[in-house]
Design a protein around this ligand. Structure first.
Ligand code: TYD
Length: 209
C-alpha cells in the first residue's frame, strides 16, 4: 500500500506516561502544522472500545490467554481498517498509544505464545504495517506501578503480580535491543514530563526532516 503519512507508536509497561506524552506531542505537531491523529489500543473505534471493555475489565478474571491474544488482535484489525490505514494514506501523522509491539511483549514473550505467531497475527491485523518510529517509555516497574496506583483505575492486567511487570519491562528492552530497523528509541521515563517530552520531540523532528 502506498503510505504517505507517518506512524509513531508509544510502548512500554505501566506508568511510563505514554498517554500524557501523546497529548503533548500531538499539540506540538499540530502547532508545527501537521495533520495529526492520536488513537489508543485496544480501542479507538466503536467496536474496538467494546472489545477493550471485555479484554481489560477486572471482572473478567476467567479470560483465557488465547482469548486475550485474539481480542487484542480483533481490536487492532478494526482500528487499522477504520482509522490507521486511511489516515496514513491521507498523509497524516498517526500517534498510537500501544500497537503491535504490545502484543509481542505481553502475549508473545510474557504469556509465551512466541514472537513469530504474534507477528503473523499482527501482520494480518495491520496489513503488514509497522510503525516508522517506536518510543519505549522505560521506567523501573516499581516506579511504574506506584505511578499507576496513584493515578487509580487499575485494569485486569495492571493487577498482575509484580513479576509480570518485571517480565514486560525486560521483554520491551529486548525488543528494542534486537531491532535492526532503527525504529525503536528508548526513552528514560523516570525523568520529568518536560524532559521526556523534549527527548521525544527531538527524535520526531529528526524523523520528519
Ligand atoms: P491501558 O489502559 O491502555 O494501559 P496503559 O496505560 O498501560 O497503556 O491498557 C492496556 C493494557 O492492555 C496494558 O496492560 C497492556 C495490555 N495490552 C496487551 O497485553 N496486548 C496488546 O496487544 C495491547 C494493545 C495491550
Amino acid at each position: 500500500m502506498a503510505k504517505k503519512g507517518i506512524l509513531i507508536s508509544f510502548e512500554g509497561g505501566e506508568g511510563g506516561g505514554k498517554s500524557t506524552q501523546i497529548v503533548r506531542i500531538r499539540e506540538r505537531l499540530t502547532k508545527a502544522g501537521y495533520d495529526v491523529i492520536a488513537v489508543r489500543e485496544p480501542g479507538g473505534t466503536a467496536v474496538g472500545e467494546q472489545i477493550r471493555e471485555v479484554v481489560l475489565s477486572s471482572k473478567n478474571t476467567g479470560i483465557s490467554f488465547t482469548t486475550e491474544v485474539l481480542l487484542f488482535q480483533a481490536a487492532r484489525a478494526q482500528i487499522y481498517r477504520e482509522i490507521v490505514l486511511p489516515s496514513l494514506k491521507a498523509g497524516k501523522v498517526v500517534l498510537m498509544d500501544r500497537t503491535r509491539d504490545s502484543s509481542v511483549a505481553y502475549q508473545g514473550v510474557v504469556r509465551k505464545f512466541g514472537k513469530d505467531l504474534i507477528e503473523q497475527l499482527n501482520n494480518m491485523s495491520t496489513q503488514n504495517t509497522y510503525p516508522d518510529l517506536t518510543f519505549l517509555l522505560d521506567v523501573p516497574e516499581e516506579l511504574g506501578l506506584e505511578r499507576r496506583a496513584k493515578a487509580g483505575g487499575m485494569d485486569r492486567l495492571d493487577m498482575e503480580a509484580k513479576n509480570f511487570h518485571t517480565q514486560v519491562r525486560r521483554a520491551y528492552l529486548d525488543l528494542a535491543d534486537e531491532d535492526t530497523t532503527g525504529r525503536w528509541v528508548i526513552i528514560d521515563a523516570r525523568q520529568s514530563l518536560d524532559d521526556v517530552e523534549n527527548d521525544i520531540w527531538q527524535q520526531i523532528q529528526k524523523k520528519l526532516k
